[in-house]
Design a protein around this ligand. Structure first.
Ligand SMILES: Cc1ncc(COP(=O)(O)O)c(C=O)c1O
Length: 281
């Protein structure tokens, strides 16, 4: 809801000092964040062994169902024996497993060279992927190059939209590298109008507005979720729409001194994503 990112390095420091267990849920970050798509630990270059219980879902980036829990052998053995999911849940269907293995392969990249599977970020050993899936994986998915490109596109889109909104004078929440970008509408009465005005445009845009009780009463917002499938042109269309609707609804309350016009934003996108927010705040 907020597009925030945990300060994992600080939490790991605290863990070293106070010896607590650390449980990290990468549901929204696995396959989406970090240079290798391995989530928040990858984004902050943290050794996965620092995290006692590392979990995620296969329902988001993987487009499948189910999830995973990674931890010590003792922990995993106990979960297998003692949780309801072990003895009672249905096993996953072959088509779902195929989807998970194929998307995991494209995120990680697959190799026949065992030495490349031992260091972080390791590639997946080809022996771990069923031969018939390997044979059907297009080369760009198999070697991870398409996965890498998608991660880069998502990272660009996320940074572009949040930086651009900031430059235009809007107020957003969250981390600059989060693909979830909440734009503050503040007044609950603006939620319905914003949504309708976006929908009525020449290129209709369906947006998700969120308000009380999911948010505090005065921080109603519209929540944008970017994907790697969005192109720069898609984000430009979105920005032009937000810019116009934002003027009509008086949404530009940011304190930035050097605002850019929408044409400048679209033309200088690459420069914009490389600018730090503080540059002329
Ligand atoms: C933080 C977090 N963890 C886990 C999940 C579980 O996802 P699912 O039930 O789709 O596997 C979600 C779902 O949105 C989530 O937001």
């Amino acid at each position: 809801m907020e597009g925030t990112l945990v300060n994992l390095p600080a939490v790991v420091e605290l863990k070293r000092k106070y010896k607590f267990y650390l449980y990290v849920d990468e549901a929204h970050s696995i396959g989406a964040m970090g240079p290798n798509g391995r989530g928040v630990i990858d984004y902050f270059r943290i050794d996965p062994r620092e995290v006692d219980i590392l979990m995620g879902t296969f329902t988001k980036s993987f487009g499948a169902s189910g999830g995973y829990i990674a931890g010590s052998k003792a922990l995993i053995s106990r979960l297998r024996l003692r949780t309801h999911a072990g003895p009672y849940a249905e096993s996953m269907s072959p088509s779902v497993l195929t989807q998970i293995i194929a998307s995991m392969s494209s995120i990680m990249g697959v190799t026949d060279d065992v030495s490349q599977t031992l260091t972080f970020p390791s590639l997946a050993p080809s022996s771990a992927v069923p031969q018939w899936i390997l044979e059907q994986l297009p080369p760009a998915l198999r070697d991870g190059s398409e996965g890498k490109e998608r991660l880069q596109r998502l990272a660009f889109n996320a940074r572009y939209l949040s930086r651009a909104l900031y430059r235009l004078g809007f107020i957003t929440f969250g981390h600059a590298d989060s693909a979830i970008i909440p734009l503050l509408l503040f007044h609950p009465g603006k939620m319905g109008v914003f949504s309708r005005l976006m929908l009525e445009r020449k290129t209709p845009i369906v947006v998700v507005v969120v308000g009380y009780p999911a948010t505090p009463l005065i921080t109603s917002r519209v929540r944008f979720c970017l994907s790697a499938a969005h192109t720069k042109e898609d984000v430009d269309i979105l920005l032009r729409a937000i810019d116009e609707v934002g003027d009509a609804l008086d949404l530009k309350h940011g304190t930035i001194k050097n605002r850019w016009t929408i044409d400048e934003v679209c033309a200088r996108a690459v420069e914009l994503v490389n600018l730090e927010e503080e540059d002329d705040a």
